[in-house]
Design a protein around this ligand. Structure first.
Ligand code: TYM
Length: 343
């Protein structure tokens, strides 16, 4: 019987977000808004993943500023730092240590299937960093370091969570004896709500992304009322009326995207929104969406600006969060090291 130091909680939520550039409506609706609801159920752990951010070149000053901004955005959106743990990834060295061990579990073939690497590396794969290729293993380490059971993310991260499950399962069969329980549970992705994949406002076939060169493609959490209004006015739609059923939106990605955004922001089902707006055109719908977006994002951006006046306080919050995270991470890594045979 192996003596272990960590315990598997029946439920533990972990998720992460990169401190690169402005957070946008996709980050908010696909992830942070769900985190805020989930934290009511159970102590949850949220990390600003600065080690993931440097897998593509970053200006150090900008990275520091973005880390503060993302922390402020998460708190402004409603994460309660008394209930939840919020910290920046690089302050817990165990993430990197566990990632190395998991590198020796994960197979090259599994990483070669990752679509996000292919998208991000583009045509110039030879010039991408090893970190960018290896990114999903670090992500698996983030999750498994806390023996997390649930991972609330947007749809684009699903493949990475599936890889995490493969790594966890492989670790279990390599290092846990038959008569013992598996060390890692297989974490479940939680992809919740109508805004699982918020699309670009300019092209309904592309997801809303920080890296899109067009500012008009996304609504940032820091956008002013005028910016929000202009971007939604210019958002691509079609001349058809809003239909009665969601089936009739399937071939209209831009229209579907705006309806999903409205549904998520208003906490009402898509069916309810279609009931309200069917038979109307987008010239009627867009002003309503503008109003709702400003109503929901306005308080977040003003709280964010307020919090950013005191970055020393943000540093303190992250440090306290890191202390709490470390209490969970240290015994898990200790167990992993024992299981793989380190003395
Ligand atoms: P990142 O920083 O790209 O995005 C943070 C969260 O926002 C979600 N998201 C979206 N959701 C809906 N529509 C969109 N257009 C959209 N764009 C982004 C993402 O799905 C994510 O939930 N690899 C992760 C960060 C990470 C992580 C982790 C997540 C590192 N370690 C461990 C969970 C668990 C990423 O790059 O997210």
């Amino acid at each position: 019987m192996t003596i272990l130091h960590s315990i598997q909680p029946s439920k533990r939520i972990f998720s992460g977000i990169q401190p690169t550039g402005n957070l946008h409506l996709g980050n908010y609706l696909g992830a942070i808004k769900n985190w805020v609801n989930l934290q009511e159920e159970i102590t949850s752990i949220f990390s600003i993943v600065d080690m993931h951010a440097i897998t593509v070149p970053q200006d150090p000053k900008t990275l520091r500023a973005s880390t503060h901004e993302v922390a402020a955005a998460i708190i402004a959106a409603g994460i309660d730092i008394q209930k939840s743990i919020l910290f920046n990834q690089s302050s817990i060295k165990e993430h990197a240590e566990l990632a190395w061990i998991l590198n020796c579990v994960c197979r090259i073939g599994w990483l070669n299937r990752m679509t996000q690497f292919k998208e991000k590396a583009g045509k110039n794969k030879e010039n991408a960093t090893i970190g960018l290729y290896n990114y999903p293993v670090l992500m698996a380490a983030d999750i498994l370091l806390y023996r997390a059971t649930h991972v609330p993310v947007g749809d684009d991260q699903k493949q990475h969570i599936e890889l995490t499950r493969d790594i966890a399962s492989s670790f279990n069969s390599m290092f846990t004896n038959d008569e013992e329980e598996d060390f890692f549970c297989l974490p479940e992705p939680q992809i919740i709500g109508p805004a699982k994949r918020v699309m670009s406002l300019r092209d309904g076939s592309k997801k809303m992304s920080k890296s899109d060169s067009s500012e008009a493609s996304r609504i940032n959490l820091t956008d002013t009322k005028e910016e929000i209004s202009n971007k939604i006015k210019k958002a691509k739609t079609d001349p058809e009326l809003i239909p009665e059923t969601i089936e009739n939106l399937k071939s209209r990605p831009e229209a579907l995207n705006l309806i999903n955004i409205y549904s998520s922001l208003s906490d009402q089902s898509v069916e309810k929104i279609l009931e309200e707006f069917s038979g109307k055109g987008f010239s009627y719908f867009k002003p309503k969406l503008i109003e709702l977006t400003i109503e929901k994002l306005g308080p977040i951006s003003s709280k964010m600006r307020y919090l950013l006046k005191d970055t020393i306080e943000i540093d303190k919050i992250l440090k306290t969060g890191a202390e709490k995270a470390r209490e969970i991470a240290e015994p898990v890594l200790k167990d992993v090291k024992y299981l793989v045979g380190f003395i």
